[in-house]
Write a protein that binds this ligand. Structure first.
Ligand code: PHE
Length: 339
C-alpha cells in the first residue's frame, strides 16, 4: 500500500481511538467516507489513473474504504454499549439510600391551642358559637354598652370599612349575637380572630385571637365565674397554678375583673416574662352588665350572667416563652414546625 494510503489509515485509526462519543465518531465518518470525504475523493481518482496503476490502486483504496467502514462500525457498537450502560447506572435506584420523608403539615400553634381550650370547655358543658370578623358598630360597641363618643372606645381602636362596618376588636359582639338567637340558659364559648389598630411590635399586633365565654341563667353568680375559671385554668395549666382576680373596668360587665395566674415559666418566683412579678395577666371577665339584656330582650330582674374574654397569643407566648408576637403571622416554617 502506498505511503499516502498508509498515512490516511493511521490517522483514521488514531482518530477513531480518541473519539469519545457517537457524535464525534459520526464526524469522523463524514470526514473520511462522506460525499466529499478523504477516501471518497480517492475512489473518484481511480478512474483518472493510467490503466497499469489503476488496478492496484483501486484495490488498495477499496480495502482502505472497507477497513474504515469496519473500524467505524465496531467503534460505534462499543460507544453505543458504553452509553447505554452509563444511562442505566445513572437511572439506577439505590435502595440503600434513606427515604425522603414527605413534609406533613400540621395545625398552627394558635389553632392547636384553641382546639385544646375548646375541648376542655366543651367537656364542662359549653357549646361553641362563631360570629363574623367583619362586624357592625352596633355589635362591636353599641350593644355592648359603649355609647358613641365613650372614651372606652379608644381602648379598642379598629379598622373601619365604612361608617358602620369595622373589623371586630374582640369576640364580645358574639355574646350579643348569641343572646339574640336564644333564651337562657345560655352557656357558650366563642373563639375567633380579632383586630385592632395598633402599631405592630413585639407586644402588639393588628390581628390576634380570643376565646369568649358566656353563661346566663337564673341565679348565676360571681362565684360561678370564679369556680369555672379555676376549673378550666387548672385543667389547662396544671393544678399548681394560683389564680387571682383584680378589679377592672369593661363597659359590658359589672363588676369587672382582670384575671392573673402565677407565671407559667417561673412558677411565681419572678422572671423576664412576668416582669419579675410572678403573675401573668390572662383575661378580662365580669358579670354581664344588665344594660346588655335590654338590647337582647332578656329580663334583667330574672337573669344574671358572667362573661370572660381570653387572648390566645399572649397565652401561647407565656406558655412557650415566646417574646415576639409577630412570629405567629410570619409563617416561618422553622418556627411553626416546633409545635
Ligand atoms: N372583650 C374584652 C377585651 O377584649 C375582654 C372581656 C370579655 C372582658 C368578656 C369582660 C368580659 O378586652
Amino acid at each position: 500500500m502506498p505511503d499516502k494510503l498508509k498515512q490516511i489509515q493511521g490517522e483514521l485509526q488514531a482518530a477513531i481511538q480518541k473519539c469519545a462519543d457517537l457524535r464525534a465518531l459520526d464526524g469522523i465518518r463524514v470526514k473520511y467516507l462522506g460525499r466529499k470525504g478523504i477516501i471518497t475523493e480517492l475512489l473518484k481518482q481511480i478512474g483518472t489513473m493510467p490503466p497499469n496503476e489503476r488496478r492496484d490502486f483501486g484495490r488498495q483504496v477499496n480495502e482502505l474504504k472497507q477497513h474504515a467502514a469496519d473500524a467505524i462500525g465496531s467503534r460505534k457498537a462499543e460507544l453505543e454499549a458504553a452509553e447505554a450502560e452509563a444511562k442505566v447506572s445513572q437511572e439506577a435506584v439505590d435502595v440503600t439510600l434513606p427515604g425522603r420523608r414527605p413534609i406533613i403539615g400540621r395545625k398552627h400553634i394558635i389553632t392547636q391551642t384553641l382546639d385544646e381550650i375548646i375541648g376542655i370547655l366543651k367537656g364542662m358543658g359549653f357549646a361553641v358559637a362563631y360570629g363574623p370578623d367583619l362586624e357592625t358598630d352596633y355589635y362591636n360597641y353599641e350593644a355592648l354598652n359603649f355609647p358613641p363618643d365613650h372614651p372606652a372606645r379608644d381602648m379598642q381602636d379598629t379598622f373601619w370599612i365604612d361608617e358602620t362596618h369595622l373589623l371586630r376588636t374582640h369576640t364580645s359582639p358574639v355574646q350579643i349575637r348569641v343572646m339574640e338567637q336564644m333564651q337562657p340558659p345560655v352557656r357558650v364559648i366563642m373563639p375567633g380572630r380579632c383586630f385592632r389598630n395598633e402599631s405592630i411590635n413585639v407586644r402588639s399586633h393588628v390581628m390576634f385571637h380570643q376565646i369568649e365565654g358566656l353563661y346566663v341563667d337564673e341565679g348565676v353568680t360571681f362565684g360561678d365565674l370564679k369556680g369555672t375559671l379555676y376549673a378550666f385554668l387548672q385543667t389547662w395549666l396544671g393544678t399548681d397554678v394560683e389564680i387571682r382576680f383584680r378589679p377592672s373596668y369593661f363597659p359590658f360587665t359589672e363588676p369587672s375583673a382582670e384575671v392573673d395566674v402565677t407565671c407559667i415559666l417561673c412558677k411565681g418566683s419572678g422572671c423576664r416574662v412576668c416582669k419579675h412579678t410572678g403573675w401573668l395577666e390572662l383575661l378580662g371577665a365580669g358579670m354581664v352588665d344588665p344594660a346588655l339584656y335590654s338590647y337582647v330582650g332578656y329580663d334583667p330582674e330574672r337573669y344574671t350572667g358572667y362573661a370572660w374574654g381570653l387572648g390566645i397569643e399572649r397565652l401561647v407566648m407565656m406558655k412557650y416563652g415566646i417574646e415576639d408576637i409577630r412570629v405567629f403571622f410570619q409563617n416561618d416554617i422553622r418556627f411553626l414546625e416546633q409545635f
